[in-house]
Design a protein around this ligand. Structure first.
Ligand SMILES: *[C@@H]1O[C@H](CO)[C@@H](O)[C@H](O)[C@H]1NC(C)=O
Ligand SMILES: *[C@@H]1O[C@H](CO)[C@@H](O)[C@H](O)[C@H]1NC(C)=O
Ligand SMILES: *[C@@H]1O[C@H](CO)[C@@H](O)[C@H](O)[C@H]1NC(C)=O
Ligand SMILES: *[C@@H]1O[C@H](CO)[C@@H](O)[C@H](O)[C@H]1NC(C)=O
Ligand SMILES: *[C@@H]1O[C@H](CO)[C@@H](O)[C@H](O)[C@H]1NC(C)=O
Length: 400
């Protein structure tokens, strides 16, 4: 249930609830002041794992609408600290290509090797088929790390797609995490410049260039037109240089393979957008009621047939802002399908949902290990953001 803040915050901004949005930023900044990173949730037992880093996006969106320089000044030191957290110690990964160039990227890595306090019974049961303590501790870290990524759980992190004990989240360099950190670098550069911190701005522009190079070299697969997660051979030794090997790109189709299109640096490149759009069109992920998370029906909640609001939002917004007419109309089509399914399910159940079954309009999502939640901050936020971005097409019925 992470990543909620940023997307919910978008909804608040559409609703002109600026003070509430700023208060969320203040809360997250105070977590960084205290712990050095945004916790998985604001509870004592979430203190050993973070969440997808989207605070810079929130500060930027609020600034763009309110021009609140004080908020930028107050947030900047925390953003620098958060950037440091994701680019040091166990989170930092160096990969060397066959020409000897080194690329530095980031990975999720929970600082926790016990059952997750909020799912202790389930985690112990999952680990019960492992024989010794060190294997169990390893699995507990992988479970907490998958929770840190927001994609808990998914075949994306599993060596064997039908065996959760093969979860290997720390051995994977994730495309979406690095897209968020690239955005963080660009956001920090912009925000720093805004408050006259030109050296910081300069430094973060350089960092963003290095990361986009790294993403193009390590993740980009030109033949597929997607950015692919990268599997490491050894997960626990930090300060080690990994040799890049094309066979270690995860070739399975996940919606996360398209998340970089959200970032202006990629969506302003027409050649890339055309390729990515064609690839998404042919991927099998575009379904009747939105973008599926993957093509694998594993019973895990971050897999087929579930669709999640933040994923629809980032891909559609990226395509829409590319300036290409075709890409914008694909984005609008995704938004219309998503809003229709939100509305149909709302009429049927009286609530918005955390996830939807994208195979048919009005179907809510299932799977996973807890009762599906209703409410729901990020779904509400994305519905409002889509309506703000696209309006509602005159000739479209709101019904399925
Ligand atoms: C890459 O890193 C390795 C290990 O630290 C180092 O030996 C090598 O010189 C680096 N390559 C470049 C081009 O900096
Ligand atoms: C959680 O983090 C704290 C502070 O870094 C550390 O002392 C503690 O050992 C960690 N807990 C686990 C279970 O790894
Ligand atoms: C635990 O089991 C693994 C896999 O069978 C083995 O490699 C490892 O040495 C064992 N560790 C201990 C402490 O027995
Ligand atoms: C994957 O896990 C399932 C369930 O535990 C098992 O039956 C199957 O043999 C495993 N596949 C491989 C290739 O190890
Ligand atoms: C609505 O109008 C657009 C633009 O004229 C057109 O491309 C689209 O096919 C129409 N949709 C429907 C459902 O009629």
């Amino acid at each position: 249930m992470v990543m909620l803040h940023f997307i919910a915050c978008r909804g608040l901004l559409v609703s002109k609830m600026y003070e509430t949005a700023k208060s969320i930023v203040h809360n997250l900044v105070s977590l960084i002041d205290e712990y050095g990173y945004v916790l998985n949730g604001a509870r004592a037992y979430y203190s050993n794992r973070s969440q997808p880093p989207l605070l810079s996006s929130m500060v930027l969106e609020i600034y763009k609408r309110t021009h609140d320089l004080a908020l930028v000044k107050q947030s900047l030191p925390a953003l620098l600290k958060e950037h440091q957290f994701w680019n040091s110690g166990v989170h930092k990964v160096v990969i060397q290509d066959d020409k000897g160039s080194n690329y530095t990227l980031s990975r999720y890595f929970a600082m926790w090797n016990k059952p997750r306090p909020e799912s202790s019974t389930i985690d112990k049961e999952t680990a019960s088929k492992l024989l010794n303590v060190s294997e169990k501790q390893h699995l507990y870290r992988e479970l907490a790390t998958a929770a840190e990524s927001g994609w808990d759980f998914s075949t994306r992190w599993m060596r064997n797609h039908s065996d959760l004990t093969t979860l290997s989240t720390t051995s994977i360099v994730p495309v979406d995490l690095n897209a968020y950190i690239l955005k963080m670098e660009l956001d920090i550069a912009f925000l720093a410049k805004t408050v006259g911190e030109n050296c910081i701005a300069e430094q973060f522009l350089k960092a963003s260039e290095a990361r986009s190079d790294a993403m193009n070299s390590v993740f980009w697969n030109d033949k597929m037109g997607q950015w692919l997660d990268y599997w490491l051979t050894h997960s626990n030794k930090c300060e080690e240089v990994h040799r890049w090997d094309a066979r270690k790109q995860n070739q399975n189709t996940y919606a996360s393979n398209f998340i970089p299109v959200w970032i202006e640096l990629f969506n302003s490149d027409k050649v890339t957008v055309k390729k990515v759009k064609g690839s998404l069109q042919d991927s099998g992920l575009l379904c009747d009621a939105g973008i599926a998370t993957s093509l694998i029906n594993s019973g895990q909640q971050w897999d087929f047939p579930n669709g999640w609001a933040p994923v629809q939002h980032m891909i559609a917004e990226g395509l829409a802002r590319s300036g290409l007419k075709d890409a914008r109309s694909m984005a609008e089509d995704i938004a219309v399908k998503w809003l229709k399914t939100n509305f149909a399910a709302y009429k049927k159940t009286g609530t918005m949902h955390e996830k939807y079954d994208v195979e048919s309009c009005g179907a809510v999502g299932g799977g996973g290990e807890y009762t599906p939640q209703t409410g729901f901050g990020w779904t509400n936020g994305v519905a409002l953001a889509f309506l703000e971005e696209f309006g509602w097409p005159q000739n479209q019925s709101i019904d399925c």
